[in-house]
Each structure stands twice: as C-alpha cells, then as structure tokens.
Write a protein that binds this ligand. Structure first.
Ligand SMILES: [Zn+2]
Ligand SMILES: [Zn+2]
Length: 141
C-alpha cells in the first residue's frame, strides 16, 4: 500500500500509515456514539505501521470486557484519532475520518448494532455484528 497520511482537524497531530489496515468497520457502541454523535468508522492497523507526530491527550475507560481502552485525541481541537486496548497493544484503532483520503478504505461490517439507535442507517450489504467481534488474528511471522 502507498503510505497514507492523516491528521486531526487543526493539524497539530499528524500520522502516516505504511501498511494496509487489518479491518475497517463501523462501530455503534455507546462510547463511540458519545464521540461521534453517531457510529464511528474505524480501521484496525498494526501499531508498528503507524507513525504519529504531535502531542495527544488520553482518556482511559474500562470496556465491558474489562480491558482498558485508551482513547487518544488532539488537546487543541478535540479530534479523536486513535484507540488502544490494554489486551492488544499490537493493534491501534484509527478513526477513518482523520485520513486525508477516507475513501481508501471500505467498511465491511457494522459492529455493536445492538446498541445502535433505532434511526441508525445501517447498510444492509455489510455484515452486522450484535456486539464486539473477535479480535483480529496476530500477524503471521
Ligand atoms: Zn488538532
Ligand atoms: Zn465503538
């Protein structure tokens, strides 16, 4: 994959992504709805393929699974860019809307549809998963 660039709204946090995302999905968990007022579109990437420049603030909250989820956002403009689970440090969740070109990825599933509001527009062509899907498999080496 060509190296992809992204940033927060004000541009003080920038990143590059040097490998294909593992998976891209739309998440309707309640936490995401607080961030986006809607579902969030996220790609899971190998943390080693992500290079971040700039200062981030973090907010940590326990997920239903008990894993700690660290949400990282720009302290100046508040844009949420990244998420990390204490259980899977090898992966980073990246908010697709922060890519310079969000069209480079295509979501394959809606997840946490069980907590989506009844007005949510769910694309029926995508897989629908009631809650949290299984974690992606670790990279074969
Ligand atoms: Zn910013
Ligand atoms: Zn979510």
């Amino acid at each position: 994959m060509e190296i992809q660039n992204g940033s927060c709204l004000c541009g003080s946090v920038k990143y590059t992504l040097s490998a294909e995302p593992v998976v891209t999905r739309i998440c309707w968990c309640r936490d995401c709805q607080y961030l986006a007022a809607n579902g969030t579109v996220n790609m899971i990437v190998h943390s080693s393929s992500l290079n971040i420049e700039g200062e981030l603030s973090t907010f940590t909250k326990a997920a239903e699974s008990g894993n700690l989820i660290e949400r990282r956002f720009c302290p100046s403009c508040g844009t949420h860019l990244f998420g990390n689970s204490s259980a899977r440090p090898q992966f980073t969740v990246v908010r697709v809307g922060t890519l310079n070109n969000p069209s480079i990825v295509k979501p394959t599933a809606n997840i946490w549809v069980g907590s989506a509001p009844n007005w949510a527009c769910l694309n029926s062509e995508l897989e629908q998963i009631e809650k949290q899907p299984a974690a992606p498999k670790p990279k074969q080496s």
